[in-house]
Design a protein around this ligand. Structure first.
Ligand code: CP3
Length: 372
């Protein structure tokens, strides 16, 4: 197993994309996703898959043998190429930029390692006031220039075919990695820090929020048509603690970014917050499979576009079964104010044909009220 070290000072090879003709007036041919985010009428729901750009795609796995993870992320040509693969191969209605949520700790000055097959680790986890004071929140333009260049290049290559999604990790989820120093099932250390060093926890969450807002705004300037905030570990908190340590920062981000592009919030495992979040300035809320489509519609009073919530493990079932489940999911959500997606990222063991079947099933969906 090789340990891949990220070094921000390492020169990264890329050519400078031409930002002069920036996307401002460019038209998008398949704009189903943007229509759904604006709650406009669509002929069918748009479909994309969280984590669609890597992992399970054989062409991606080939690239993995040639370039280490952060080379893939930091080289705009590679990132753009990986981003476009699921659009070409699976037929999704949107591209999501190939990157990682952990580029934010890197931009803040924290070393992040990616161990192939094992996941991320941050050898110097945050422990003290001094550690927090040392974190950078400025010059995201400079530190994460490779992301913006990758977005501009992808946008150019897409040539308006489908929208391009930018993203960032939510403050709570980034906090989890920065305190814990690696992935965890329970996030015990992160929670201990939040509950015992509460003042420091809020300082850190605020610093992450501040840089994330700049980062997402800059992504929209570089070509992202909408952005998603992944709060993958929000469900590790109780409903009360989600309101203290996660929700306020999500709302801050949605408020600050909404005038630049539509915002999708994905706080996994927090069905209880749906009512509150439906009143936020987000354009959509992503949900996982722990809440049924009908319950989610009821909790949000039909007020907001919902995204989700197919259990990615169901993509391992036979194709006819996948198609039947997708139809039932759309029946339950309804075709409007809805973005078909998984309830969390696609897993590496999903056969490409099954991912395709998921997308096809959404595209084939016929609904009586759309024909009238
Ligand atoms: O569609 C896409 O995949 C776009 C790119 C993308 C990656 N990470 C690339 C990646 C996105 C949107 C992410 C988000 C991300 N990264 C999240 C939030 C979404 C989620 O799944 O909850 C989280 C928690 C991370 C942190 C992270 N990065 C982990 C836990 C791991 C290891 C496990 C794994 O395989 O995902 C990564 C590495 C990573 N990020 C890979 C990819 C394609 C796999 C490593 C590799 O391919 O070499």
């Amino acid at each position: 197993m090789s340990v891949i070290k990220n070094d921000l000072k390492r020169p990264v090879r890329f050519t400078k994309p031409d930002r002069s003709k920036e996307h401002s007036m460019s038209e998008i041919k398949n704009d189903l996703l943007l229509k759904a985010l604006r709650k406009e009428k669509v002929e069918r729901p748009p479909v994309w898959m969280m984590r669609q750009a890597g992992r399970y795609l054989p062409d991606y796995i080939k690239l993995r043998d040639k370039y280490d993870f952060f080379t893939r992320v930091q080289t705009p040509e590679l990132a753009a190429d990986i981003t476009l693969k699921p659009f070409h191969q699976i037929g999704v209605d949107a591209a999501i930029i190939f990157s990682d949520i952990l580029v934010i700790p890197q931009a803040m000055g924290v070393e992040v390692l990616m161990e192939e097959g094992k996941g991320p680790s941050l050898p110097k986890s945050i422990k003290t006031q001094k550690d927090i004071d040392a974190l950078n929140t400025n010059n995201v333009d400079e530190y994460l220039k490779y992301v913006f260049d990758a977005l501009s290049l992808t946008k150019k290559e897409l040539n308006g075919a489908v929208p391009l999604i930018g993203f960032a990790g939510a403050p709570w989820t980034i906090f989890c990695y920065m305190i814990e120093g690696k992935g965890s099932k329970t996030w015990d250390n992160a929670k201990q820090f939040a509950y015992t060093e509460t003042e420091l926890a809020h300082q850190l969450l605020q610093k992450i929020t501040t840089i994330t807002i700049d980062y997402l705004k800059a992504q929209t300037k570089a070509g992202a048509d909408c952005v998603q905030v992944f709060d993958s570990w929000a469900g590790s908190l109780s409903p009360e603690d989600f309101k203290i340590f996660a929700q306020p920062y999500l709302l801050q981000i949605a408020n600050a970014v909404k005038d630049f592009a539509p915002v999708i919030l994905f706080p996994k495992g927090t069905w209880y917050a749906l009512e509150d979040l439906s009143k936020s300035s987000a354009s959509a809320i992503g949900i996982d499979w722990a809440v049924s489509p009908k319950q989610a519609r009821a909790l949000t009073n039909n007020n907001i576009t919902l995204q989700g919530n197919f259990d990615p493990a169901k993509l391992l079932a036979p194709i006819p079964q996948i198609k039947k489940w997708v139809k039932e999911m759309i029946d339950d959500f309804g075709t409007q104010n809805y973005i078909a997606n998984l309830g969390h990222g696609i897993t590496p063991n999903v056969p490409v044909e099954h991912a395709k079947a998921f997308v096809e099933a959404v595209k084939e969906y016929q609904n009586q009220d759309l024909q009238n």
